[in-house]
Every structure is written in C-alpha cells, then in structure tokens.
Unconditional design. Structure first.
Length: 161
C-alpha cells in the first residue's frame, strides 16, 4: 500500500493511475489508502477530468476504504457543490460511517435537497437504516430517474426490517 500511495501522485498515464486507484480501493488497503486518495482527488483539477474519470474513480475507491478518520474531508467534499457530480460517491460513502452516524445523518438529510446528489443521499440513509428519514425518502419513490426510485424502495425496505 505505501508503494502505491507513493506513486499515485507521480503517475501521469491515466490508465495506470486508474489501476493504482482501483488497487488502493481494495478492502485490504482500508483505511490507510483513504488519505492518499483524498489528496489525489484534491490535486486533480475537475476541468481536466472527464465525467466518470479519475475523480469519480477516487470517490468509488473511497467508498470501500474510507472510515471515520477521514470523515471531515468526506463531508467537506460531499457538501461542496463546486465538486459537482464527482462528489456523488462521497455522499454514498457517508452511509458507511456507522460510528459517526449522529454527525452523518443530518448531512445526508440536507443533501436530499440537492438534485445532483439526492439519490446517493437516499442510498446512504438506507445503509444507515435511519427510520426518521422515512418521510423524506418516500418522496423519491416518484422520482423521474428509475435508479433513484429503485434506491428509495431499497432504502425504505431496509427501514422496515
């Protein structure tokens, strides 16, 4: 893991950087890989990254390796609209922060009002099984996007069990 983390900011060849990000997103790298991934996310200019590119991949990897030790960074990115769609998987990852649920739940509830990340906030609230979020999640059963409706139904079923 330290070798991969060392090379991550040095590599410029995008396919190789993608591979390194993927490896750092492996469960065996948890939680040590979270900080280097966050640092790399901040280094990449969003204007230079295509949709679904490196920043998206880093969000995906962080969803597997981030823990409460990087919660402040995760919340900062998840709640910053300037990060655009690249923050979507950061929002979903907040649903894995079980030990910090008292801090994460209000953030996820707030993000339900932001169309760009609302579906991912629904996902996070479902993972955390936040019963008091039921009324807020219900409205997403009629969302125009099918995947958001599916996530809402999944989250509501988790709340029922």
């Amino acid at each position: 893991m330290p070798v991969l983390a060392k090379w991550l900011p040095e590599v410029e060849y995008v396919p190789l950087k993608q591979d390194i990000i993927g490896l750092l997103g492996s469960p065996w790298a948890r939680p040590d890989a979270a900080r280097p991934l966050l640092d790399e996310f901040r280094r990449i200019d969003s204007r230079d990254d295509k949709p679904g590119g490196l920043r998206w991949s880093i969000g995906d990897a962080l969803g597997r390796v981030a823990d409460e030790s990087v919660l402040d960074d995760m919340v900062a990115i998840a709640t910053d609209p300037r990060q655009g769609r690249d923050r979507q998987l950061f929002v979903a990852a907040l649903g894995s922060m079980v030990k910090a649920r008292d801090r994460v739940i209000p953030v996820l509830l707030q993000l339900l009002d932001e169309p760009e990340v609302a579906g991912y906030a629904v996902m996070g609230l479902g993972k955390l099984r936040v019963g008091e979020a039921r009324p807020a999640i219900e409205r997403f059963r009629e969302h125009p996007e099918a995947w958001v409706r599916k996530e809402a139904k999944k989250a509501l079923s988790r709340l029922a069990s």
